[in-house]
Design a protein around this ligand. Structure first.
Ligand code: ATP
Length: 391
């Protein structure tokens, strides 16, 4: 009887990876039988990592330099074997890492691509089409039929990325998605990865770019010195990763009574009233932003105001924002508020006094109700065809 396919694409349980530290003369000591047990100093690159990637989802791993991201990806890609723990993979894997160091440099680009497709079991008429797509996507021109050893590192990376993403795999292991090639090529990579991921692929994205995590992943982990210090929703992972400290709220603050959600209607004249407590005689300014944070889809700052003066002396204030014909589409937005001390003329930057922002983990929600329209923002433009003779 056929086994039901599991609901996860990839899973690792309690995985650790230890490397022996390469010491001078260690090889000789081992060869001479003086270091038989292989004992000696080790680096624990990963410790007790457990991770499940559901089918059709990309799980993000955010970490600073040296945190263990590449080691994790190499373990998942079976370049390394774990020192302890278990890894299960259910599907064909495409590794988008170490793109600069793959392949036999004596092959031509075309030969490398052909062998890759053979190895992956791609056969029949589709091979010619896929090769054409690779030649086209990699923009190698005549160099596609020259040996890889004559390529620049950027050309080689373009080839390897084009080959690994030329057709839909089930699982992608992605290291720093946008680090291949120049800006033009990176934009192409991003577009292609979105197509593949929206096509139902699963995967792991390791990066220190938190905006990429917000755009592609619903779930993310933060890795710190080889351990997961956080596993959960991507926005919470980003908050944890950024680890921004909320300003002290000593001279001025938003009181605890501030609503956590505001509800407005799309297209209607709208008012947001914000309470502000100023505790010292300081000049206080306030700015707001409205951000569209759709995890796995994108992150955009839709409205970012300037700083407006609120007060010059201590007291309780109410600040009123009026937005005529609210141009936002119905949906949920993140509302972010910033209080700052007004700088003296010629001085920058403003000192933050208090904030409510999703990147600090204390943001507010703006819910916009009304009839949906196919964009985040609408502008009150009119459309009028002008006859040629009237122009
Ligand atoms: N082959 C190895 N031998 C010894 N130590 C290693 C080896 N590979 C990785 N390490 C160590 O393991 C730790 C994690 O390294 P890793 O390359 O996984 O980090 P990373 O998060 O990918 O860093 P970066 O963002 O800088 O690429 C580091 O301390 C590194 O020095």
């Amino acid at each position: 009887m056929e086994q039901p396919s599991p609901g996860f694409a990839l899973r690792c349980a309690n995985v650790s990876k230890t490397f022996a530290v390469q010491r001078e003369q260690r090889v000789w000591r081992i060869l001479l039988g003086m270091d038989r047990d292989g004992g000696g100093p080790v680096v624990e690159a990963l410790r007790d990592i457990s991770l499940t990637v559901p089918r059709g989802k990309i799980v993000g791993v955010l970490g600073r330099n040296g945190a263990g991201k590449s080691t994790l990806l190499r373990l998942l890609g079976q370049v390394y074997t774990p020192t302890t723990g278990r890894i299960e993979i259910n599907g064909q894997v495409a590794g988008l890492f170490e793109l600069g160091g793959m392949g036999n440099p004596n092959l031509t680009g075309r030969e490398y691509a052909t062998r890759y497709l053979q190895f992956m079991g791609v056969a029949g008429d589709s091979v010619a089409d896929i090769l054409e797509d690779i030649a086209d996507f990699s923009e190698l021109g005549d160099a596609f039929d020259q040996r890889i050893r004559t390529y620049s590192s950027g050309m080689a990376s373009r080839l390897y990325f084009a080959v690994a993403t030329a057709y839909q795999h089930e699982i992608y292991l992605i290291d720093e998605l946008l680090s291949v090639g120049d800006e033009h090529f990176q934009a192409k990579c991003w577009r292609r990865m979105r197509e593949r991921l929206l096509g139902g692929a699963s995967g792991v994205l390791v990066t220190h770019d938190w905006t990429a995590i917000v755009k592609l992943c619903e779930q993310a982990c933060v890795i710190d010195e080889g351990r997961f210090s956080f596993v959960g929703s991507s926005d919470s992972a980003v908050v944890r990763y950024l680890d921004l400290r909320v300003p002290p709220a000593e001279a001025a603050r938003f009181p605890d009574t501030i609503p956590t959600e505001f509800v407005l209607r799309s297209g209607e004249d709208s008012v947001i009233r914000l309470p502000v407590e100023v505790l010292d005689d300081v000049a206080v300014d306030l700015a707001i932003s409205v951000e569209m944070l759709r995890i796995g889809v994108g992150w955009e700052i839709v409205i970012l105001s300037e700083y407006y003066p609120v007060a010059d002396t201590a007291g309780n204030y109410t600040v009123e924002f009026r937005i005529p014909a609210l141009p936002l589409a119905p949906g949920k937005y993140s509302l972010n508020l910033f209080l700052a001390q007004r700088p003296l003329p010629g001085m920058r930057p403003k000192a933050g006094l208090d904030c409510r922002s999703w990147t600090y983990g204390n943001g507010l929600t703006l819910r916009v109700e009304g009839k949906p329209f196919p964009a985040a923002v609408t502008l009150p433009f009119t459309v009028r065809p002008i006859p040629a003779e009237a122009v």
